[in-house]
Design a protein around this ligand. Structure first.
Ligand SMILES: [Zn+2]
Length: 263
């Protein structure tokens, strides 16, 4: 069994390495397949020994082997986070079809987290990639109901889109009227909840939405207390959506049951 976990962990490291390419290139409008990996400072094409996840970073002491420029620790962090995230999903879902499905959504969420944090955008390509995977899961659900949905209705994942994106779209429209600006809620946040809605089904999407609003609200309060002078300080919502959705993949039903018992 331990060897399976190790395999999933290494798979996570390798996919995390690819996610790094996505995180760097997608906001810059570059292709994620061409050219092959190169140093972003000196342009030297990286060789296999330079590309081993985490280990290359450690052995090269966080520097480019060719020009010596410092490499952001983000690369190793994203690889490790992806590996850990995949391993926990495997622990949760084992050999069910939902393991690759949850891992697919998680990979997209990690890219959303990193890009929105740095660039304050959620690129459409990520939404589309999510919808393609989600379409496959929706079709699968017709024949073999997906457990996380909580029922056997074929329309459950579609209602998930309405619950997630629909709710945020209404919030966005209202905030345009109140603040006379469309900056309050990014359309990227609205759109990314479409694939999340499909992958989680409507009940778990509601939990993910609730968690992301609550955690972002707490973060907003802390930010206001910390920087009273700078009331205009804003932060991206995407990282909260990504983290909340991943937590729901692992413990969504436990959270829902716990919450309903307290009512
Ligand atoms: Zn270099």
């Amino acid at each position: 069994m331990i060897i399976l976990y190790l395999f999933v962990f290494i798979l996570g490291l390798v996919i995390g390495s690819f996610l790094n390419v996505c995180i760097y290139r997608i906001p810059r409008g570059e292709s994620i397949v061409n050219p092959p990996s190169h140093c972003t400072n000196c342009g030297t094409r990286l060789q296999p020994p330079d590309l081993v996840p985490v280990l290359s970073f450690l052995f090269l002491k966080g520097k480019c082997r060719y020009c010596g420029v410092k490499v952001s620790p983000r690369y190793a962090v994203v690889e490790l986070v992806t590996a850990l995230a995949f391993t926990m999903l495997f622990h949760r879902y084992g050999f069910s079809v939902y393991f690759p499905a949850a891992a697919y959504l998680t990979a997209i969420l990690i890219v959303v987290f990193a890009i929105d944090l740095e660039h304050r955008i959620i690129p459409n390509g990520l939404v589309i990639a999510g919808l393609i995977g989600g379409a496959a899961l929706t079709v699968y659900n017709v024949f073999h109901p997906v457990v996380i949905y909580g029922d056997r209705h074929w329309w459950n994942p579609l209602l998930g889109i309405a619950v997630g994106s629909g709710f945020l779209f209404v919030v966005a429209v209202i905030s345009v009227f109140i603040y006379k600006s469309d900056e309050a809620m990014g359309m990227g946040d609205v759109k990314i909840f479409a694939p999340i809605g499909i992958f989680l089904g409507w009940r778990m999407t509601a939990v993910a939405l609730f968690l992301s609003v609550v955690t972002a609200g707490i973060a907003g309060l802390l930010l206001m207390l910390k920087s009273m002078k700078n009331r205009k300080a804003t932060f991206p919502f995407g990282p909260f959506i990504a983290l909340s959705s991943y937590i729901v993949l692992l413990w969504g039903w436990d959270i829902l049951v716990w919450y309903l018992k307290r009512l």
